[in-house]
Design a binder for this molecule. Structure first.
Ligand code: AP5
Length: 223
């Protein structure tokens, strides 16, 4: 189909805990897009025994953004040779958005659309308090919303689940929210002015995903 030739390129913007990773997994299965989570890539690099690994590890634990230079490199490598993708966590500030635009213009492939998951702040904190992850794969659980079959254990590998270093401390979580408001919220205007922004009010996932599918169905029909 023309769709597979032209590709589907999406990015999901949302506060910490808004469900970017959760929605990405569903989109991967239904639309054959490859999720690229910059948070997950960084958590993998943070395990490396190198200066870069250690520096990223301490920044993540403090809830700080990683510098744009490092991110630009990571993203160019991650996008290379892929046609259907879904960015989860990139771009995160205006400089990253402009870089992404330049990169895609050079390749002559526009961003298809931007999904913004708009979730109230009190809901975010609750979700993250109950989040458990499988470090090897990045699989995400929630003790209330999507519990593992056996408490504390990954369904697929049987390995233990952990809490993320940046989820444990409420002050770090608040800092991530503040950074989101300061650095990432300005991107909404940027993408709105390009006519590709879709806001998904998703206090719960069944509603949220239904709305996302509506947006994508319409996009695919008209493009
Ligand atoms: P990243 O991993 O992107 O973290 P984040 O943006 O803080 O987002 P989260 O992963 O916390 O949440 P999510 O929206 O994916 O929600 P999830 O689906 O897990 O980045 C981590 C760090 O890396 C950043 O702080 C920064 O330091 C650095 N970084 C990353 N990208 C960067 C960049 N471009 N530049 C610079 N630095 C960068 O869901 C949350 C929980 O809620 C789960 O438990 C889930 O099961 C549950 N849940 C999901 N949906 C629902 C629902 N509908 N109802 C109930 N529960 C739900």
């Amino acid at each position: 189909t023309s769709r597979s030739r032209e590709g589907l390129r999406l990015t999901i913007i949302g506060a910490p805990g808004s469900g970017k990773g959760t929605q990405s997994e569903k989109l991967k299965n239904d639309y054959n897009v490859q999720p690229i989570s910059t948070g997950q890539i960084l958590r993998e690099v943070s395990q490396e025994d190198s200066e870069l690994g250690r520096s990223i590890s301490s920044k993540l634990a403090a809830g700080e953004l990683i510098s744009n230079d490092i991110m630009l490199n990571i993203i160019e490598k991650a996008l290379d040779d892929k046609s259907n993708w879904l960015l989860d966590g990139y771009p995160r500030n205006p400089e990253q958005a402009e870089h992404l635009d330049r990169f895609l213009t050079k390749k002559n492939i526009p961003l298809s659309l931007v999904l913004y998951l708009d979730v109230p702040e009190d809901v975010l904190a609750e979700r993250v308090q109950d989040r458990w992850v499988h470090p090897g794969s990045g699989r995400v659980y929630n003790n209330i919303f999507s519990p593992p079959k056996v408490k504390g254990i990954d369904d697929v590998t049987g390995e233990p689940l952990v809490r993320r270093s940046d989820d444990k401390d409420i002050e770090v979580f608040k800092h991530r929210i503040d950074t989101f408001k300061q650095s990432t919220i300005p991107l909404l205007k940027y993408y709105e002015s390009k006519g590709i922004l879709y806001t998904i009010g998703s206090p719960n996932s069944t509603d949220g995903y239904v709305k996302i599918k509506e947006v994508l169905t319409k996009f695919i029909k008209t493009n």
